[in-house]
Structures are given as C-alpha cells and as structure tokens.
Design a protein around this ligand. Structure first.
Ligand code: SAM
Ligand code: 2KA
Ligand code: SF4
Ligand code: MG
Length: 225
C-alpha cells in the first residue's frame, strides 16, 4: 500500500530561512511534532487529531493557519503542485517534525520529477530521505522528555540552522559541533528566535566572529507565509 503523509498545508512562497533564502519554493508542511519548543512558530502542527482530518484541497493554499490535516499519497501531493500551477522546482518539506515519517518515497519521487528537495528537521528522528535531498537540521537546546539531537541526523546535515536566544544557545551548539566528526562539515547558520533584538545582535556578532551565516526569518519581515 502506498505511504500516506499527514499534510497540514501546501503552498508556494520564497524560502525565508537558511542557505536557500530567497529561492522560490513549494512548502509541504506535515502535521505532528512531539518536541515541544516553547517558542515554536507552528504550534498548530503539533497534534494529529483524528477529528481534524479533512480533504487535501482544504489544506492546499489555505488562507489561515489551522490544525486541520489531510492524508495524502506521494502521487496526490505531486498532482496538487500541477493542479495549483506551481512553478518552483525547490520543495521544502517541513512541519511539524517531518522526520517522524519515512520521507524516502516522497523525496525519491520529487527527484525523479526534477524537483530539488530540502528537509527542515530538528534531528530528533532518523532522517529517511533520498540521497540527493538537502537536509537542514535545527538542533534544540533543551527538549521535552529528554529528546536529543541524533548524531546520525547531524552527520547527514547539509546545513545546521541553530535557533539563538542567548549565549547558552551558542555554548550548546559548540558542544554539539565538538562531538561530530564530519568529512565535509555542514554550513552553520544562526537564526535569532522570534526576531528579538538581543538575539539578532548576538547572532550577528557570533556569525562575524566565527564566519557562520546569519539566517533571519525573512518571510516574517516581509509579512508573507
Ligand atoms: C517550525 S520548524 C519545523 C521543522 C522542524 N520541526 C524543525 O524544528 O526544524 C522550522 C524552522 O523554524 C524554526 N523556528 C521555529 N520557531 C521559531 C521562532 N519562533 N523563531 C525562529 N525560528 C523558529 C525552527 O528552529 C526550524 O529551523
Ligand atoms: N517563507 C518561509 N520560509 C520558511 N523556511 C522554513 C519555514 C518553516 O516553517 O519550516 C518557512 C516558512 O514557514 N515560510
Ligand atoms: S521541533 Fe520544530 S515544529 Fe517541533 S516544536 Fe520545535 S520548532 Fe516546532
Ligand atoms: Mg515557518
């Protein structure tokens, strides 16, 4: 039986974060996350509630954020891109926590159809994706229930996009980086949490000192999805 993915929303916009900032992208947001970051900007995706299941056309290009979700196969997801006339060839799979699901079928099909896929993950689950997928791991400092960033997820990362509020977040990142033995180290980006002035200042200063990249959530400054 074909794998199904719980879809919170599908929409086309500009990638607002990380190394691909500015790239037109189709976003596929999956429902479900048990990491519980207190500052998470997508808390409506945390719970997969059976009584909030709906049809796929209700969650594509939806105008508001909601916890409604639709189960869809890879073929149905790809058909939605065509039906909606999307032109972007970069596809961002995010959530929620997309790596709660086996993403190999979806990312392999995207590659066959000529799309480049990018996964946004916290690194708390095994990253099951096509070899060609670009993986962005966003480690979290203190996670609920003792969840940790998996070393294998960090090793698969093409980019580490670390959320920053205070110095302790930089220290936690340094400790993580010291543990990993990469042959090609991933790009490190610092992303200030919730556009806070102090966090942005700290992230900028640290990026300059370490030669890292600053990732501001440009879509929030632009007022787009
Ligand atoms: C909503 S998460 C979904 C994907 C996955 N669960 C993760 O955490 O990477 C997407 C990205 O948004 C970041 N993020 C979430 N809330 C944020 C906030 N308030 N300020 C800055 N970044 C935030 C996360 O760290 C992650 O890089
Ligand atoms: N424009 C835009 N860029 C993004 N980059 C990562 C996002 C996410 O929620 O994972 C996101 C998002 O929600 N919107
Ligand atoms: S892991 Fe991602 S989706 Fe889950 S709570 Fe944290 S920021 Fe939100
Ligand atoms: Mg977002």
């Amino acid at each position: 039986m074909a794998q199904r993915y719980p879809i919170n929303e599908i929409f086309q916009t500009i990638q607002g974060e990380g190394l691909f900032t500015g790239v037109p992208a189709i976003f596929v947001r999956l429902q479900g996350c048990d990491v519980g970051c207190p500052w998470c900007d997508t808390q409506h995706t945390w719970t997969v509630s059976p009584d909030r299941e709906t049809n796929l056309n209700q969650v594509t290009d939806k105008s508001d954020t909601s916890d409604a979700w639709a189960n869809a196969t890879t073929a149905e997801i790809l058909n939605e891109f065509i039906r909606l006339g999307y032109q972007a060839n970069h596809v961002v799979i995010t959530g929620g926590e997309p790596c709660m699901y086996d993403l190999r079928e979806l990312t392999q099909a995207l590659a066959v159809q000529g799309y480049q896929s990018q996964i946004e993950t916290s690194g708390t689950y095994e990253v099951l994706v096509d070899d060609a997928a670009f993986v962005t791991v966003s480690p979290k400092v203190k996670m609920k229930g003792g969840l940790v960033v998996r070393p294998d997820a960090l090793l698969r990362a093409n980019e580490i996009k670390h959320p920053v509020a205070t110095e302790k977040d930089i220290d936690a990142l340094d400790a993580l980086l010291a543990q990993c033995k990469w042959t090609t180290p991933p790009q490190v980006c610092l992303q200030p949490i919730s556009q806070k002035t102090r966090a942005t200042q700290l992230a900028m200063e640290t990026c300059i000192a370490r030669n890292w990249r600053l990732s501001i959530q440009t879509h929030k400054y632009l007022g787009i999805d």
